[in-house]
Design a protein around this ligand. Structure first.
Ligand code: SF4
Length: 324
C-alpha cells in the first residue's frame, strides 16, 4: 500500500441563505478541488492563512463535514460510510484540535476523558481501560495523579498533551493535527512538537499537520502543501519548499518568518490587500488580487496545479501561469 490516505478533488461548499424566504443566495467555497496523498508514517504539512479552508479539509477527511470528491483510506473510499462502518474508520483516524481549553469536557476527569474512546469502541473491560489510561498518561508525560483531576487544573500545554493522549488511545494510523500548537506559548510549542515526533516514531503514525505559518511545520513535515482560498497552490518536499519556493504566495509566507540572525537581512515580501471572500472568489487565479507578479491573463484563466520547472523527477507542483 503506497498511500494511507488519498484525497481526491475534495470540495466543500457551504450554502448561504438570505431574504425573507431564507432561500439560498450563494455558497462559500471553503474548499474547492483539493487533492493530495499521505504515505504510511509520513507527515504532510498543510499551510495557509486563516480562512483558507485548511481546517475544513481536516474535518471533511474524518467526515465531520460531508464533502464532494472522494477520500480513500487504506485504498477504500470512506465517502459513503455510515453507522458502524464510519465509527470503525474513525478509530483509525483521529483529530487533535487547536484549542486545548475547549476540546476537553470540563465536567469530566482526565481519567474519564481518556477512558471514553475505549467505551465508545467497546474496547476491553474496566481493568483494561484503567491500565490503558495510565499507559497513555505515561506516553504523553503527564503524572498519573491527573486521573482524578479536571481539565481546568492543567496548563494549556498539559491539556494539549491530554488531547493528544485521547487521540492516540486506540492506536490510530492517521492523526489530523489542527493547529495543535498555535494556542500555546512559544516555549511550550517545541515541547509539544517533540512529543508528536516521538509518538510518530514509536507508533508509526501518519500526520496531517495543519498550521497557519511555514515556521511551525518546518521541522515536522516530510512534504508541505500551501493553500490559498480553498485550493492548493504549491506542494512539494519540505526541504525544497524552503530552498526553492515557486509560488509568489509561498514566497510571501516564507519571507514573513523571523530569521534568527539579525545580521542577515532578508527581503520581506509584503502582500497588499485583504484575503478575498470565499463567498465571491476572484476569477482566474484566485491570488491575482494580491500577487505582485500578476498580469492581465491571471484574472482570466485559472492556473492548474502541475509539475514546476526543474522538478527533475521530484514532486514539485505549483499553480501559477508565470512559473509553469
Ligand atoms: Fe500571480 Fe498570476 Fe501566478 Fe496567480 S498565476 S500567482 S496572479 S503570477
Amino acid at each position: 500500500m503506497e498511500y494511507l490516505l488519498e484525497v481526491k478533488n475534495l470540495k466543500m461548499h457551504f450554502p448561504v441563505y438570505g431574504g425573507i424566504f431564507k432561500r439560498q443566495t450563494g455558497s462559500v467555497f471553503a474548499v474547492d478541488g483539493v487533492s493530495f496523498e499521505i504515505r504510511p508514517g509520513e507527515t504532510l504539512g498543510l499551510v495557509g492563512e486563516s480562512g483558507c479552508g485548511k481546517t475544513t479539509v481536516g474535518r471533511a477527511i474524518i467526515r465531520l463535514h460531508e464533502p464532494d470528491g472522494d477520500v480513500l483510506f487504506m485504498e477504500k473510499s470512506i465517502k459513503d460510510l455510515s453507522g458502524k462502518a464510519l465509527v470503525d474508520i474513525r478509530r483509525e483516524m483521529q483529530m487533535v484540535f487547536q484549542d486545548p481549553f475547549e476540546s476537553l469536557n470540563s465536567r469530566h476527569t482526565i481519567g474519564e476523558i481518556l477512558e471514553e474512546p475505549f467505551i465508545i469502541h467497546n474496547a476491553g473491560n474496566l481493568k483494561f481501560r484503567q491500565q490503558q489510561v495510565k499507559k497513555l498518561l505515561d506516553l504523553v508525560q503527564i503524572s498519573k495523579d491527573a486521573i482524578n483531576r479536571f481539565p481546568h487544573e492543567f496548563s494549556g500545554g498539559q491539556r494539549q498533551r491530554i488531547g493528544i493522549a485521547r487521540a492516540i488511545a486506540l492506536n490510530p494510523k492517521l492523526v489530523i493535527l489542527d493547529e495543535p500548537v498555535s494556542a500555546l506559548d512559544v516555549s511550550i510549542q517545541s515541547q509539544i512538537i517533540n512529543l508528536l515526533l516521538q509518538l510518530q516514531n514509536e507508533m508509526n503514525l501518519s500526520y496531517l499537520f495543519i498550521a497557519h505559518d511555514l515556521a511551525v511545520v518546518k521541522h515536522v513535515s516530510d512534504r508541505i502543501a500551501v493553500m490559498y482560498l480553498g485550493k492548493i497552490v504549491e506542494l512539494t518536499d519540505a526541504a525544497r519548499i524552503y530552498e526553492k519556493p515557486l509560488h509568489p504566495y509561498t514566497r510571501a509566507l516564507l519571507s514573513a518568518i523571523p530569521y534568527p540572525d539579525p545580521d542577515i537581512k532578508r527581503k520581506r515580501e509584503i502582500l497588499t490587500g485583504d484575503v478575498p471572500s470565499p463567498l465571491n472568489p476572484p476569477s482566474g487565479c484566485s491570488f491575482h488580487t494580491r500577487c505582485p507578479n500578476a498580469i492581465d491573463f491571471c484574472s482570466q484563466e485559472e492556473p492548474a496545479l502541475v509539475a514546476g520547472p526543474e522538478s527533475n523527477g521530484l514532486e514539485h507542483l505549483v499553480a501559477c501561469h508565470l512559473v509553469c
